[in-house]
Ligand binder design. Sequence first.
Ligand code: PEP
Ligand code: MG
Length: 930
Amino acid sequence: MGTLPAVRAARCVRTARSRRPVAGRQKKQKFVYDFTEGNKDLKDLLGGKGANLAEMTNLGLPVPPGFTITTEACKVYLESGQEPPALRDEVSAHLDALEQRMGRKLGAPADPLLVSVRSGAKFSMPGMMDTVLNVGLSDASVAGLAEQAGDERFAWDSYRRLVQMFGATVLGVPGELFEDALERAKRDRGAASDLDLDAACLRALVEEFKAIVAREAGRGFPQEPREQMDLAVRAVFDSWNTERAALYRRQERIPGDLGTAVNICSMVFGNLGADSGTGVAFTRDPATGHQGVYGDYLQNAQGEDVVAGIRNTVPLAELERIDKASYDQLLSIMETLETHYKDLCDIEFTIERGRLWMLQTRVGKRTAAAAFRIAVQLVDQGLIDEAEALRRVSGGQLAQLMFPRFDDAEAGAAGVRRIGWGIAASPGAAVGKAVFDSYTAVKWSRSGEKVILIRRETNPDDLNGMIAAEGILTSRGGKTSHAAVVARGMGKTCVCGAEELEVDTKRRRLTATGPDGAPVVLEEGDLVSIDGSTGKVYTGEVPVVPSPVVEYFEGRMHAGAEEADELVRAVHRIMAYADRVRRLRVRANADNAEDALRARRFGAQGIGLCRTEHMFLGERRELVEHLILADTDAERDKALGALLPLQRADFIELFEAMDGLPVTVRLLDPPLHEFLPDITELSVRVALAEAREDENENDLRLLQAVHKLHEQNPMLGLRGVRLGLVVPGLFAMQVRAIAEAAAHRLAAKGDPRPEIMIPLVGTVQELEIVRDEADAVIAEVERATGTRLRLPIGTMIELPRAALTAGQIAEAAQFFSFGTNDLTQTVWGFSRDDVEASFFTAYLEKGIFGVSPFETIDRDGVGSLVRAAAEAGRATRPDLKLGVCGEHGGDPESVHFFHDAGLDYVSCSPFRIPVARLEAGRAANAAATR
Ligand code: PEP
Ligand code: MG
């Protein structure tokens, strides 16, 4: 029930903080744009909402007239604490024009123009910033509105809403005070909903609300319409910096200095009776991508009511019955918008006495599955071409589609109940027994139990528990909390910040509320299921289904087969296109035939990294022990002699699995102590034996060797090429095994294409010595087998010195493979095992990292060494093959970098191959349009 460890969702690198010179703003700048002046491409300046209102206006759609104050004005305000001096006059000029157009003046007593003041940043931040409706209403104009609308109740309802919204968002009065008063009024009158409150009651409520404002804000509710508007604009600016907005931006990686635009729009009213209402609509289902009528409608209501869920909405299709003319017009507008934006749009609209108004549209968010389906549907409709379809999807979305999933019929299984909904921090579907501390997690998992580690929040001490668990659940912390970062790093399912869950680690239990409102207690050992793709938490075991997309990549489902669903077909088509356009080849990091065959099925064009140390684990560890303990040449030769046939057999299998494709075999890399027993355990064993006067000769020798080889920091010691140079015969044995395996495959009429890769080279001399030795061994095998072998020898570039002297190293290397894992460690000077659990969370929170440099290549540091080394290497040897085999090879953002840096291939773990193929296509696509 685990996750696919190697597939990780795409994360983009944090956009660098842009620091624009203040001087640039001092020249005459336009801070206000009428809706007729903007367009959809001006999101930087007008925010998403403003840009799209302008676009709809220019398309001739019914948008209530208005204007937008730019994000630049907001930035000036945020930096200086004051609106730009020119803003007031510009707003006045635009307000005048609006008043003339509408034939009414803002807040005029007899017939007031009312406006909404809405936030709208470049990137949508739903519900994070402020909005004030009905600005312009006052004691003086409420009667005029009643008169004009012929509806006193409506006027007082609108005024009540203004005082409430203004009080809460502009004057900072706690919102519950208004809500409580409204509830009381409903209760006193036995009203089921706010619709049942009559004009007199609403009027009394307005008085009560005004009194609350006066008491709480220390000032009366402003009666002057322009003052209301200016204060509302300022409140919207300020709402950019509220804690929740800042948190949201951090989580979504939205830069903190963009500021918000403010849209001032003439009010239209959905609360004017049964022939009015408000709704939201999607041009397609954002979950599946299917075209149809999706959305909700609420009669006799104003915008915020739909989102607030005060009353029950009806499905949008019902509008056909309620108001057919508006419904038909809405469908036709939706079609216009989809055709115009060539994408799924979401829409907010209001109907005022049978007249339809468009209040917002934007390209709608969608699920990963819908993204693929919609992209292909739009190609089939002739709205976009395949290149655009490829731009509309991402490797991160593809990765999401590859995780096993909980069965949709979530509550179908016995004992399954949803008890919480946290942040989907690291995808996957995990089921296990609840444990509340890391010690138990490790203990239980050692005895074969699957466990979910539940903590309030995790800290570095929980690392072992996290490793042992199937998944991690926390009740606190966001997407960059310790749990989230570490879990993503491990590719482990994680739901964090599920705040409604009460985690009691002392009593080892979790308390929650079930869907029926009844309390649910989960004790240690009870089954729990967590969905890292949606953030949902369940009691019991939710059944898991394999991803159809993985079934397709595995070749168990064909895109043309009848049972293949639309999603599989869409993935197939987009992948085929990506494969056609990509320049980067994609290889796999794989060390055994099983992984190699899977990689091949997933589209790998070779193996970019076979870590031979993985072939020395398990029972074979003892053979390496013999090698380490060998005192004489004869003992060493014996140990190597025992390893040789095993290695050869491994390689034969691997070359057969990858017949016809290159296989880069890296000679032994890690320090030898990794093959020896744990120092503490062994010391205890020896001490106990000593006490019993029952010493074991072998243990004593082993302990000596362990002490000798023990390294504080196993990352930078006697490993890689250094081992090959000081342990006589080790590399020669591996080279011989490779050469003999190749000869064997040739004799079997196969097409083996091994490449020999030397790790951790820092200087060309190291490589030259190892090369000479390897060449001699290869020549010997050629002579002995009577075959001609083509075995290119190359090196990893994973040390800064290697990158800096790449021009020289290329003289002795036929290829370079960038080991960006080690290169990241050595460039930054930290060891991954130490730092990820200790200070990465703090670095991410402080914004020093937008994303871990082990996940996404650090372009400025590590990346610049890669570029320089690639260039220097090719200057020496123009046909030098260049690849990357660090984990970054499967990271979407990094793949784009490697494409741009001119590498020939990326190599990644088998499960990430489809993601790398897709992103390589996207990178080529992007480069072609630059
Ligand atoms: C690397 O350093 O990037 C690499 C692939 O080697 P390893 O991760 O095995 O050290
Ligand atoms: Mg390495």
